[in-house]
Design a protein around this ligand. Sequence first.
Ligand code: CA
Length: 313
Amino acid sequence: MRSFIPITDWKHMPTRVILDTDIGDDIDDAFCLALMCASPEIELIGVTTVFGNVHARGRQARTILSLAGDKFRSVPVAVGCSRTMASRPRVGGAADAELPPNQDAAAFPEDRLPPASPLHGVEFLIRTLMDGDGDIIPVTIGAMTNLAAALTMERRLLKKIPRIIAMAGEFRKPMAEWNILCDPEAAHLVFASGIPMTVIPWEIGYQVQLTEPEVQTLYAAARPSAKNLADAVKAWRGRGGAMPSLYDPMTAATWVNPKLCQWKRGTVSVELAGRDTYGYSPFVESADGPHTVAWDADRAASVKFVLDRVLAL
Ligand SMILES: [Ca+2]
């Protein structure tokens, strides 16, 4: 077994990011978007939505941005792919584009929001990344359909994207993690692209779960952004959610402070052929692999980092 890689390997720049999200189902996307707005180390230059009801997801994203302050109201939100590339139907879950996400009660109606970007999410990704200086990092916290489609349509992106940060996969338990399971073919295209990736697996969110007193801290918040996040948590819990696990916000939290986790390097692949292992994501350690994966998180420090920032937004 290889040892954990040193934190000194990290490059903190660039910090311009596009967030690609399935906000509205699990609650952690809302935490992630709020955390990005609350983090001066990150410049959020766009949001794309993916999977199922992408229009309602975009409305929730624009709600969070509009509450985060004037400079975020103009951040473009582009609606992306509702359907996936997956070769097999996914068991369970709401991929139906007609179903509202469970946190829809926390999203403003359309007439209270800045308009969505006129571009499709995939087009937004291609144009923004190609127009950049090779310094823009896509952060994917849902199915990877938009990013895989962008890489397929515009192969020059392979040289334009310096790194991808993803919440995806699981390397220690025999399971298909949700974001990969929603579209394994897309995840395969992204992981096999050769672009360096920083990966937050399912295990990290499992380790970094809020407690009831921590949720109550959020419920007691007075600031509009934090109150809206509390409303989203309440809507999510009212629809069967239990305790928020901070899978998605650990992408942004560890980009700002990598010491929140220990890390390994190697190669992640996506299983597409197995009868019972479709969507599994095996990880093989190596010193020069393209993928840096989080292995263990400091729960207390991670929760404090995320809550302190979103409560102050
Ligand atoms: Ca997500």
